[in-house]
Ligand binder design. Structure first.
Ligand SMILES: [Zn+2]
Length: 239
């Protein structure tokens, strides 16, 4: 999959020549469980980088990549995985907000439900309601749940439109969840994750789509969420 990388040596040389725009290049890498990657820039410099990206972001980016390659089954599988990893991310941030360290969260909260996706979703729902007092947490509807199970567990092949609809639903859930974290526990969002800024997460998620000039899918939604973030930030500044 193509990921954006920068070259520190090129950046250094550019700065010395008065050019302060970071060098960003797309590089094809094989995604692994590691967060460190080695690559060679177009000028032949050997680079080493640590990806500042959450697992759910990576899975969703992969899913979009696969959609654009017409691998709809793989897209659905990765979307479903992205959602489960997003629940974990959401819970980690909220429990950080409640005063749990990352270690305590993983030992006490996550370990007992680590291999139980139903219980993870239940905890996500309960935590969401407790945090926001909104009675309808963003989770999959039964029709999408059935669709996912047919693809993931029964080996079926989805159609393009069904896949787009499913990917869009997952994106809305993640987008709404991120917006909720931003609204209710912003400081924990900054402090407990790899990602520096929520807007950056949203933009990164969509990067592949933009790079492939196929901005029709999901992009309007990103704009909408970024707009909401902007206006809520303005409100905060005015206070
Ligand atoms: Zn370079």
């Amino acid at each position: 999959m193509k990921l954006p990388f920068t070259c520190p040596q090129c950046d250094q040389e550019n700065r010395e020549n008065g050019n302060f725009i970071p060098s960003i290049e797309q590089r094809d890498v094989i995604i692994t469980n590691q967060i460190t990657y080695e690559y060679t820039c177009s000028k032949g410099h050997q680079c080493f980088c640590v990806l500042q990206i959450e697992r759910f972001e990576m899975l969703y980016k992969l899913a979009i990549h696969e959609f654009l390659e017409n691998n709809f089954r793989a897209c659905v599988i990765n979307c479903a995985a992205a959602l489960e990893r997003f629940y974990e991310f959401f819970l980690q941030v909220v429990f950080h907000h409640y005063g749990y360290s990352s270690e305590t969260f993983y030992e006490e909260i996550w370990l007992p439900i680590k291999d139980r996706s139903k219980r993870q979703e239940d905890l996500f729902k309960d935590t969401f309601i407790e945090l926001t007092s909104i009675e309808k947490p963003p989770v999959l509807k039964d029709t999408h749940r059935k669709f996912r199970n047919h693809i993931v567990h029964q080996g079926e092949f989805p159609k393009k439109e069904q896949t787009r609809d499913f990917a869009d639903t997952i994106f809305r859930i993640i987008g709404f969840g991120l917006y909720t974290l931003y609204k209710y526990c912003d400081s924990s969002l900054q402090g407990s994750t790899n990602s520096k800024d929520l807007r950056e997460i949203l933009v990164k998620i969509i990067m592949d789509v933009l790079d492939d000039n196929s901005i029709n899918i999901l992009f309007p939604l990103v704009i909408q969420i970024c707009d909401e973030l902007n206006s809520s930030q303005e409100v905060n500044h005015k206070k």
